[in-house]
Design a protein around this ligand. Sequence first.
Ligand code: ZN
Ligand code: ZN
Ligand code: FE
Length: 757
Amino acid sequence: MSQTSKQIRKRLLVNGIVQGVGFRPYVYNLARSLNLTGTVSNTANGVNIEIQGSQAQLEAFGRRFEADAPPLSIITSISEEIIELGSETEFTIVHSSGDSAVSTLISPDVALCPDCQSELFDPDNRRYRYPFINCTNCGPRYTIIDNIPYDRPFTSMKHFPLCPACKSEYENPGDRRFHAQPNACPECGPLVWLCDSQNRPLPARDPIREAIRLLEQSNILAIKGLGGFHLAVDAKNQAAVARLRKAKGRDEKPFALMVRDLSTADKYVILNTAVRETLTSIQAPILLAQARPDNDLANNIAPGSDRLGIMLPYTPLHHLLLNEALDVLVMTSANFSEEPICIENEEALSRLSGMADYFLFHNRDIYLRSDDSVVTEMAGSIRPLRRSRGYAPRPVFLKQKGPSVLAVGGELKNTVAISKDEKVFLSQHIGDLENLEAYEFFQLTISHLKRIFEIEPELIVHDLHPEYLSTKWAREQSMPTLPVQHHYSHMASCMAENDLNEPVIGIILDGTGYGTDGTIWGGEILIGDLNGFQRKAYFDPMPLPGGEAAIKAPWRTGLSYLHHRYGRNLPDIPALAGRELSPIIEMIETNINSPLTSSCGRLFDAVASLSGGRQEIRYEAQAAIEFMQVAGNDLGQDFTHFNLIQMNDQHIISVSHIIEELVKRIKKQSSLPVLSQWFHHSLVKSFVDLTLLLREETKINKIVLSGGVFQNRLLFEGLEAALKKEKLEIYSHTQVPTNDGGLALGQVVVGQNYLRK
Ligand code: ZN
Ligand code: ZN
Ligand code: FE
């Protein structure tokens, strides 16, 4: 045998997202095309590849292996060794051996791929108009998995035995559907049907066409999708949208839209390259984008907002619904107000019967609910506001391996996270835990994540707030726990996704979080690293008369901040005219239910309401959002450097000074847009001042921006640009939300660091 044809056998162990993404057929086809012999199999420790051939053949394999890997796969590590020669005559796929521990990753759910889409609309294809068409490159994953390894018997497809045609695709390594676990066709797979709200089936030859007809006739449809039910109406029908608002108990919060395709999206929102790529990505999130004026949509879809949340169809069912008479639908999660999204048919009938006129059901079970994700573009990057379907449970990768930690997040917009080695698995959006169903879903998600990733955490990390249900749950477990301050978690979350563990200056502008002194924090500059932090600057704490009640009625907060500066000698503020002020003043003066807060969100409420903006809100942060929008994405010329009060080692930003300057401008009858520009501009200038002062003090040049207030585009973009001008290194969120949906990531890294010591 000559030197060149000398046989070598190598074993490659590949880790990452390599199950359920067409990885084995990919390896099979690559190996066969290079005339290699050997095997590929899913094992406990990843995908095991054994290849045998000449040095040149193996090198050719190595050159192409990573570069040509399937689109859904992520390779995180490959270990390689030379092993003894085998005697096979060809390359084969060896079947999964079940019960041992699996450390491979599970793919998120994936939007319909172009190949399946063209088959869906091809009259000669056997899956023509079949609403569950999928392949190895697309379809449901995370939401139908009950256990591992990712194989059909452990998914909700176990109830659908493959017909001969589907089986031969499933078994043919050359086929696009080789080992596609949700593979199905009209012969053997799930079906859709229509019912009225009393669960009486509607006789329809084509339930989807009938559903379209019902939507055209102003009905509200509950439609079972990938991660849960949607409620849908025709987005051009104002009366139908109004009925939906009433049914959902949602007065003003904008509704998301699903549109037929990119060119339809283009009619409603302004698209650039990044935005187009995001809309058509395999994650297919809802994207918040600038609305085009004078569109033909009902005017009650996003009242008072210049943005629209828009997504493209991501399941074959959605494609079928939007391909005929209707090209844009309101698609909102099927729930009442802040309850979790419905996933089961019976549950939907009982919970939604007062809301939906008809139900478009199917019989593929959803094991784990997953809401639509929401992203937006700010400062040139796409940023998640809600990281859920399409993204979860794809991990955030850390710079170094760490011990396994469970982080239970906050109270609102809850997500949880669990870590293993260098990976942090963040859950899908869970919601507001004070809601009983959401709390149950929270517990279910924790046990599900532990099971499918086979993780037994050593520590549970929770928020410092003693009354959060996540905190209470953590303390009930018979395990070590670690409380972490809310805004420190925000800072650590941003550090984690940017691979930082050195000292940073964290500008954390937020709604509310429990502080180490028992007051409510939320407008903080923290300095620290993963070992701990110091509170270096904050807004002068103000009383919040009625606590929660003040959050719902920003005028109360406005009055409180005004009273703090002027006492009973209140200036004449048109926004407060006609209000019954004395009971609130009484509350503040006698210190009844008036907790102190340094929250930046509340400062926004106060300034927005005193300026003549929103006095009472219908959804979270409505006053601040509308106040930002009136500025027209412009900081204007006028600004004030807010006064600082030095106290011990801390800088306190004088809220009285802000209010005084605001009152001056209100008296000069500045308009709402001008006041908004002034306030945003002043915040930017003042935080630049403060940051430069702190850089001088500490010599730290790395600045971390986090907290829910940074969803405010004008403030975020303005501050980021101004800080960059000062040659500061700025870090912000692009992987997890800047709001409380990203807290759990920060809790994980603080917990890991604690265990290391
Ligand atoms: Zn496909
Ligand atoms: Zn079939
Ligand atoms: Fe927060």
